[in-house]
Design a protein around this ligand. Structure first.
Ligand code: LLP
Length: 415
């Protein structure tokens, strides 16, 4: 297989003129997702892990065009909710390529997933509590089951995305063998699973290694499994000077830590597939001189891209309209009346003027997905790029959409 492309696509690699023309045509704020890069990232993962079963964590970007691209690139779907299962099936994933990972699943999710499983009996359900097994049994599920272990070790770019050791996730690893032995009688026990967290970095593979080592031990102890899934979390370089992850080194470390296991390795990255395939375009609406800085108000906010407000995440920013202007120190802020609605503080940018178009890099993962209508702000549209040119994949939400739920409240739908 080939077509992996470069190890990273930086914000500066995007075609500036093309992005400007998209902002002119579709307005701002605007998400732009390049499906060719999604494809390349899928191929890169499959090349680095040729022996592994690779799934895409749909939560990173659940848009239909992305899901279809991932499916065509031979990567399967890992879904975190009934809605994501629905989207994956809708995008043409056959049941055998869909896994549902239940995290404290609401009844409505289990009802829906089990009903979809009835017509897609090859779908796999991953559970992180014995309690969830009982609830699946009550619903007549006896299909492919995977047990999520809490490996007692976590990693991540921020404490809010460190998953592995948190009591919320998974069955304590030392209890998994007993629960597995019981589950075998009633279900088709196919795998064990764990996820350390989000943001495995090149500098520190130790938590990942330790998680994989523990999962290898677990798989050997449980025995007779189809796969051992060590989760996702492969990091991408958000900062301009950060080196890309050496995927081959991660793959080697994973294999070495897993050891000899009579089960197939499985991975389920999300961010890695879509992060550098997306940018967010936004226009400057206010330029305000403040003591020692210039406040640049843009039409995207924490409702458009939540990551900086929620995790202090860094996103590269460029001024597409004025790349050669003299740099000034800026605060780049959104229109939401919250102090955390700031994308960058102390960032040097070519001096922005009202109407300039800025681009925020690495917006493809957990960008649109975490957008909200807080402050009654409609969510932005998304344009996807492919060999046949740009295409509007999601329209802009309107104020009418935002108020629709109140106007139609009398159509109350019970859960
Ligand atoms: N598998 C499981 C079970 C997960 O919970 C996640 C992410 C993944 C795979 C994929 O992780 P990734 O490869 O994308 O790092 N909103 C945060 C990230 C939250 C991730 C939650 N779980 C962010 O914007 O950084």
């Amino acid at each position: 297989m080939s077509g992996g492309g470069p190890a990273v696509r930086r914000l500066s690699d995007w075609d500036r003129e093309h992005l400007l023309s998209l902002a002119d045509e579709f307005g701002s704020p605007l998400y732009v997702t390049d499906l060719r890069r999604v494809r390349e990232n899928c191929h890169r993962l499959r090349e680095a892990f040729p022996e592994a079963h690779v799934s895409y964590a749909v939560k990173a970007h659940a848009g239909r065009a992305v899901l279809e691209t991932v499916r065509e690139a031979g990567v399967d779907a890992e879904c975190a909710s009934a809605g994501e299962v629905e989207r994956a099936l809708d995008a043409g994933f056959p049941g055998e390529r869909v896994r549902y990972t239940a995290v404290n699943p609401p009844d409505a999710d289990l009802d829906h997933v089990v009903s979809r499983w009835e017509s897609n009996p090859e779908m796999t359900v991953t559970v992180g509590a014995a309690d969830t097994i009982d609830r699946l049994r009550e619903r007549g599920f006896d299909g492919r089951l995977c047990l999520r272990a809490n490996p007692g070790v976590g990693a991540g770019h921020h404490e809010k995305v460190t998953t592995g050791g948190h009591a919320k996730f998974g069955i304590p690893i030392d209890r998994v063998p007993d629960i597995a032995a019981d589950a075998r009688d009633e279900f088709d026990l196919v795998g064990v699973h764990a996820h350390a967290g989000s943001g495995i970095s090149g500098d520190d593979l130790s938590a990942h290694r330790e998680l994989v080592r523990r999962m290898g031990d677990l798989a050997r102890e449980v025995g007779d499994l189809e796969f051992v899934d060590v989760g996702g979390g492969f990091g991408v370089p958000y900062r301009e000077d950060e080196p890309p992850l050496d995927l081959d080194a991660v793959a080697d470390a994973t294999r070495e830590a897993l050891g000899e296991v009579d089960a197939r390795l499985a991975i389920e990255p999300g961010r890695y597939v879509v992060a550098d395939a997306g940018v967010l375009l936004s226009r400057v609406n206010t330029v305000k001189e403040a003591p020692e800085t210039t406040v640049v108000g843009i039409d995207a906010g924490m409702t458009t891209l939540l990551r900086p407000a929620m995790y202090d995440a860094y996103h590269a920013i460029s001024n597409l309209s004025r790349p050669d202007a003299d740099p000034v120190s800026t605060i780049v802020a959104g229109p939401v009346c919250e102090t955390s609605d700031v994308f960058a503080d102390g960032r040097e940018l070519p001096e922005p003027e009202r109407g300039d178009c800025l681009a925020l890099g690495n917006a493809g993962a957990y960008g649109y997905e975490m957008a909200s209508t807080y402050n009654s702000r409609p969510r932005p549209p998304e344009v996807v790029l492919d060999a046949d040119g740009p295409r509007l994949a999601r329209r802009r939400e309107t104020l009418d959409d935002v108020t629709a739920l109140e106007r139609t409240a009398s159509e109350h739908i019970p859960n």
